[in-house]
Design a protein around this ligand. Sequence first.
Ligand code: ZN
Length: 125
Amino acid sequence: MTPREELLAEVAELGREFTRLGWSRRLQPLRDYYAAVAAGQERTERWSPNLVAGLRRVLGLGKAALPIGTRCPRCEVPQDGSWAGARTTMHLEDRWAMECAKCGSEWVVLERERHHAVGSSATRR
Ligand SMILES: [Zn+2]
């Protein structure tokens, strides 16, 4: 596959996931981007390969998919409560992508699990 074919396949898979999740308002912009890529563009005003890659990670698609959890998957739970914190890097309909302030690991918090999340101490950009 050429890089463009690969990007198109990734965009198509992302579209199927949006459909599965019922995120219909995201479908048309994604279709427009698909058409732009098919016509030879790599990026548009709103979309880029980076954004596609980021969304795919947060939605659990592909090899770089982020783990789902309520706190940093790498750091120990602090015994003394001195949680270093995490920041939100992306917020979608029902989930947040978080980045650990200590080690830089990333993970995804689903809204239905948010009340358990240590990320409630998170600071937003
Ligand atoms: Zn960490």
